[in-house]
Design a binder for this molecule. Structure first.
Ligand code: ADP
Length: 487
């Protein structure tokens, strides 16, 4: 069934530049989380389809794509970026239907995807090795080479952004990619493959196999033809991916989420901080790896921050993606149940603020009212576990030392932010906070594609985004040439 003018067929895989019926021709239903209806059937790719995709990726490396120069790779990526922007409304519509993302947020994701293409287009011919002074008679230099076939397993929360940062960087340095999107949301991944093809990306350089994690995903992460695995998703599946990749001794990049804090000190500009404090928790209905789910506030500003955040929560509306409100539905009924379970664990905690599900929201949609808990102790489940829903907790602290202890006191370490006027404190905390990104008097810095991103602890390892990602998608080769010493 063709459900889009972009011409994709979600019941098929995109392999070797062609739409191909998956082995067994099995499909899964794709659900619209705004009303629970079935959007379309999607391909249920099997291990055999992953085999075919890896073979197509290997053929591309032996063919035009493997021979393309860095400049040519950059040009293709630039054309893909332009085509993505030309199709912004259609891509945003697909993402809104599929993920439940309010349209404005879906459009921002399309722009981010295009920005990744632009950034990596420009970066493609700027990655280079080094020459190394060595013994008399030698010339030594390094080459940065693609791994070969790279596997990419992505989640449903930001399909376009994650494709941009992972596939974009991998292609820029000459890898061929096999992408397994999430079963909950795969339409924009397929649309992206079609657009990349139209932009002139050689057949096989990017292959997309939709399907179930335990089937197509497991087959990809264990495939002996894959030389690097990138995964964004849950901690549990991240461990499975790393274990599978270990059997083939291939490198893995894992981005597994977090429990990211914002620290509000006594000298903070609370009014400037407020939109960031709340938006970082409710954007994409809180289904964001780098969501800020913990707000740590100095005792002297605690009541003020809680009441101002509560007022904002009171104005939040959750409703259908196409209504473009502040909050959409969660991606699935399963995800809603998980988040409702967490809210129930709030027990007798103080609900300081709550948004509303709009009255005419379809009953089949996966809506959760955004909820703010106050007076939460740092060891409470709601302050320790990743909720992945529009839920934030506010925790008071007495001094800087305690703030750092609470901030660093989870198993995660993805993002943190410091709200304070003191330059000395900003510098101290930037060093002491356990996180892959620290923001000072902001949160997220607009999501910049240029900024290396990744975590520590259960948040994962390896860095995506920015120029840094290119190192992860290449292997360094040292060449030592002996030509004899000075005569
Ligand atoms: P969530 O719990 O938020 O849905 P997951 O980590 O389960 O996140 O899913 C992220 C991605 O990992 C999806 O593309 C999913 O299909 C895939 N996946 C799930 N289970 C496995 C598995 N056993 N092996 C490989 N990939 C998997």
């Amino acid at each position: 069934m063709t459900i889009t003018p972009l011409g994709i067929d979600p019941a098929q895989c995109f392999i070797g530049g062609d739409w191909i019926v998956p082995m067994g021709a099995d499909t899964l239903d794709l659900i619209n989380p705004s009303d629970g209806s079935t959007l379309c059937a999607i391909a249920r790719g099997q291990a055999e389809d992953i085999d075919r995709a890896v073979a197509a990726a290997e053929a591309a490396l032996d063919g035009d794509w493997g021979r393309a120069t860095a400049v040519e790779r950059g040009r293709v990526l630039a054309r893909i970026g332009a085509l993505v922007l030309e199709n912004i409304e259609e891509l945003a519509r697909l993402e809104a239907l599929d993920v439940g993302k309010p349209l404005t947020q879906a459009r921002a994701d399309v722009i981010a995807l295009a920005r990744y293409m632009e950034f990596y287009a420009g970066a493609a011919d700027k990655l280079h090795g080094a020459t190394i002074p060595y013994l008399d008679g030698y010339t030594v230099y390094t080459l940065r080479e693609p791994h070969g076939v790279t596997g990419h397993i992505i989640p449903w929360n930001y399909p376009m952004q994650i494709i941009g940062r992972s596939v974009g960087a991998a292609l820029a340095v000459g890898n061929s990619c096999v992408l397994k999107p999430a079963e909950e949301a795969c339409l924009t991944a397929l649309a992206f493959a079609e657009l990349a093809h139209r932009a002139g990306l050689p057949a096989g350089a990017l292959n997309v196999v939709p399907g179930i994690g335990a089937e197509a995903g497991a087959a990809l992460s264990a495939h002996q033809g894959v030389q690097h695995m990138s995964f964004t998703g849950s901690v549990g599946v991240g461990k499975l991916i790393q274990t599978a990749a270990a059997q083939n001794v291939v490198p893995v990049t894992l981005e597994l989420g977090g429990k990211s804090p914002q620290l509000v000190f006594d000298d903070a500009d609370v009014d400037a901080a407020l939109p960031f404090l709340v938006n970082a928790g409710i954007q994409n209905a809180g289904q964001t790896c780098s969501a800020s789910s913990r707000i740590l506030v100095h005792r002297s500003r605690y009541d003020e921050v809680v009441s101002k955040m509560a007022a904002r929560y009171g104005a939040l509306r959750a409703g259908p993606a196409m209504d473009d409100l502040e909050v959409g539905p969660l991606v699935s009924a399963r995800q809603r149940e998980i988040v409702e379970g967490f809210i129930a664990k709030g027990g007798d905690l103080e609900v300081a603020g709550q948004g509303q599900i709009v009255a005419d929201a379809p009953t089949g949609g996966s809506y959760v009212a955004p909820t703010l808990f106050a007076g939460v102790t740092p060891d409470h489940t709601l302050a320790q576990d990743e909720i992945f829903g529009p839920v934030q907790v506010v925790i008071p602290f007495e001094d800087e030392a305690q703030a750092v202890q609470i901030a660093n006191g989870t198993a995660f370490g993805l993002v943190a932010s410091v709200w304070s006027d003191s330059g000395a404190r900003q510098m101290r905390l930037a060093k002491r906070l356990r996180a892959g990104q620290v923001f000072i008097n902001n949160y997220g810095a607009g999501g910049g594609v240029e900024l290396p991103f990744g975590g520590t602890g259960l948040s994962g390892h390896g860095r995506e985004k920015g120029f840094e990602a290119l190192y992860g998608f290449t292997a360094l080769k040292t060449v030592a040439a002996y030509h004899g010493g000075t005569e």
